[in-house]
Ligand binder design. Structure first.
Ligand SMILES: [Fe+2]
Ligand SMILES: [Fe+2]
Length: 274
């Protein structure tokens, strides 16, 4: 099973620029990623979309986002980030029957060899996230319904500090011991998240917590004590492929969506010794 992931697309209503800087060009960055996801062979079985789908949570931005996602040839599973508006997201994706009709946007997808559990860490109008007692109880209850199938959790905010002061205030706050919960379910392969706009990974509860790079531009941090964001880096838009290798092994690879005219073609080589 091949699980693709995109995150932090930060789409705006048409003709508006992210952070009022046209160079950020989040629309074309997402278009390029969608185009390249559709060209992958073999085709990913699913696409997890781990939040900050839009910048300001308004209806017009979700309409624009839906248009941009339209060409995708694989099922998309979306959860909210801090920039999303839960109710506007629910309305925009009302065709997705996996999204609950009310309450938190968390759900289970059991149609594949890997069980996918989406978690809603959104706290309205706050940059940090929360897994409150209610959301964690829901997770525990649902993990108990199938404690042997390989399972992957996906959420926007990651639960561990990353050592960048300005981001460590915006991680997922936990109202109960998520590490202990994960440890009691050996079938949980790990967590995939977004929010950081860069790739990083850590062990959490003894499993991998993989933070995927964004489709939108990334943050550049000051190297002084205040460690604030001093710039937006216009690196290539990225997406991630998580390959399930059987059992409880998953290998994750980040791919930069580079325009094809910037890739240098190579002749096919018969061996690496040439
Ligand atoms: Fe973001
Ligand atoms: Fe975020």
């Amino acid at each position: 099973m091949i699980i693709a992931q995109i995150t932090d697309t930060h789409i705006l209503p048409k003709k508006q620029a992210w952070l009022d800087k046209p160079e950020t060009d989040v629309t074309n960055r997402l278009k390029l990623v969608v185009e390249q996801l559709n060209k992958l062979v073999p085709r990913p079985d699913v696409l997890l979309f781990t939040g900050d789908t839009v910048q300001a949570g308004c209806k017009e931005s979700y309409q624009h986002l839906k248009e941009l996602l339209e060409p995708l040839t694989m099922p998309v599973y979306v959860i909210p980030g801090n920039h999303d508006n839960r109710e506007e997201m629910r309305a925009a994706f009302s065709d997705k029957t996996y999204i609950p009709q009310d309450g938190f946007i968390q759900y289970i997808i059991d149609d594949y060899p890997v069980r996918l559990i989406g978690l809603d860490t959104n706290v309205p109008k706050e940059a940090y996230g929360i897994l409150c007692k209610q959301r964690l109880l829901w997770l525990e209850k649902n993990l108990k319904t199938n404690p042997s199938k390989p399972t992957l959790l996906f959420m926007h905010h990651f639960p561990m500090k990353v050592g960048q002061k300005c981001f460590d205030n915006m991680i997922c706050r936990l109202e109960d011991d998520l590490e202990k919960l994960i440890q009691s379910f050996p079938n949980v392969m790990g967590i995939v998240a977004g929010h950081y706009h860069k790739m990083c990974a850590s062990l959490f509860g003894g499993r991998i917590c993989f933070v995927a790079p964004s489709t939108a531009p990334t943050h550049y941090f000051a190297s002084d004590e205040d460690n604030y964001v001093t710039a937006i880096d216009l690196v290539h838009p990225s997406f991630t492929i998580h390959r399930w290798m059987g059992g409880f092994q998953m290998v994750s690879e980040c791919i930069q969506a580079i325009e094809y005219n910037k890739r240098l073609p190579m002749a096919r080589r018969e061996s690496d010794n040439e």
